[in-house]
Design a protein around this ligand. Structure first.
Ligand code: ATP
Ligand code: MG
Ligand code: FE
Length: 348
């Protein structure tokens, strides 16, 4: 089945084509992404109304682009998938209405996909895709979760952040350090110049059992440290880099500890990392080393598919559409709040 996937949940317009008939790792026919990041940077964060309007402008040209790259026409499509949530409601509506309009015109089935299921299964687009079951560390701008994954749509939440998401914490730390939005990659870059031994930041919620996370204390600690350096008149570029490094070390360490715990608790030997923060090089390296020490293996998407993209939506949509799943009663879906563990596997 050849499926067009559309992602418009936030500030990235993503479009891709996935074919379920091709061998594993080869199903992705084309993908294109337009990032609105530069437009929102001016405001220090995503402006929802501007996001919706920009999706409207970019979506149809991107669809034509991927069809062109794959050498296909609209009538070659067997189905259409779009992100139905969670996300910004106006932005979601652009993808949902375009998908439903096209599907109706072409007479093909259509399905709304869960954005986080997309992130979670993005490593399936790679040649060395993980087999089920596995533990997934989902770390993005809005989510920090550990999930036990038994199969498509079979998700058990093991733990999550009780306050800020990891990506959000990176973005806020970036702001404090005077770096532009989105800050995650910029904090990581600055941290490369930092001395890991100068400051030691707390590893929140690691001293007690459980798999939940908390990042708001770390955020406060970062701010307090910067304020003190400033008051002492020693807040120079090196000090900023040292703070960035201490912050990153604390986040990475916390994740390593929790992932080890999750593998112990479930007895599983595969760890999948996905979501924007999984693009972080230090996180990938540390996790790979620490997890391999336990005889387990790590999997992650290529960097481009860690953040929002159309490929992950085309993939999940194609898997589910191929089993006969459709939008309920043919109605368009936009579900701004939608817990991942409410999903079900496709009917047998
Ligand atoms: P959600 O998927 O939860 O709705 P989102 O779609 O906004 O949120 P993603 O696009 O998956 O999130 O990821 C974006 C986040 O990842 C941002 O917070 C960004 O700062 C962070 N990020 C991206 N690259 C890195 C990196 N190298 N290091 C740390 N954080 C990063
Ligand atoms: Mg984004
Ligand atoms: Fe996302």
């Amino acid at each position: 089945m050849r499926v067009l996937g559309i992602e418009t949940s936030c500030d990235e317009t993503g479009v891709a084509l996935f074919d379920t008939r091709l061998p594993a790792g080869e199903g992705l026919l084309a993908d294109a992404l337009y990032s609105q990041v530069a437009m929102h940077a001016e405001y220090g964060g995503v402006v929802p109304e501007l996001a919706s309007r920009d999706h409207t402008r970019k979506l149809l040209p991107l669809i034509d682009q991927v069809l062109g790259e794959a050498g296909l026409e609209k009538r070659d499509l067997d189905g259409i998938a779009y992100t139905a949530g969670p996300g910004l409601v106006g932005a979601l509506m652009v993808g949902a209405s375009t998908a439903h309009g096209m599907a109706w015109a072409l007479g093909v089935p259509v399905l709304g996909v869960h954005h986080m299921e997309g992130h979670l299964l993005a490593p399936m687009l790679e040649e060395n895709a993980p087999a089920f079951p596995f533990v997934a560390l989902l770390v993005s701008g809005g989510h920090t979760q550990l999930v036990e994954v038994a199969g498509l749509g079979r998700y058990r939440l093991l733990g999550e952040s009780v306050d800020d998401a990891a990506g959000e914490a990176f973005d806020k730390a970036a702001k404090m350090l005077g770096l532009a939005y989105p800050g995650g990659p910029r904090v990581a870059k600055l941290a490369e110049q930092g001395d890991p031994t100068r400051f030691r930041f707390p590893r929140p919620m690691t001293d007690r059992p459980g798999l939940d996370f908390s990042f708001s204390g770390l955020k406060t600690h970062t701010l307090t440290t910067l304020k003190k350096l400033e008051a002492d008149g020693v807040l120079d570029d090196q000090a900023r880099a040292d703070v960035a490094r201490a912050f990153e070390e604390a986040v990475v360490d916390t994740m390593v500890i929790k992932c080890r715990r999750a593998l112990d608790e479930t007895g599983l030997k595969r760890l999948v990392m996905a979501g924007g923060v999984s693009a972080n090089t230090r996180l990938r390296e540390r996790l790979a080393v620490e997890i391999e020490k336990r005889g387990a293996k790590t999997f992650y998407p290529r960097a481009r598919f860690c953040t929002d993209n159309g490929a992950m939506i085309a993939y999940v949509g194609a898997q589910r559409l191929a089993t006969g799943e459709r939008d309920t009663r043919g109605l368009m879906q936009a579900t701004p709040r939608w817990p991942l563990d409410q999903l079900a596997p496709p009917a047998e």
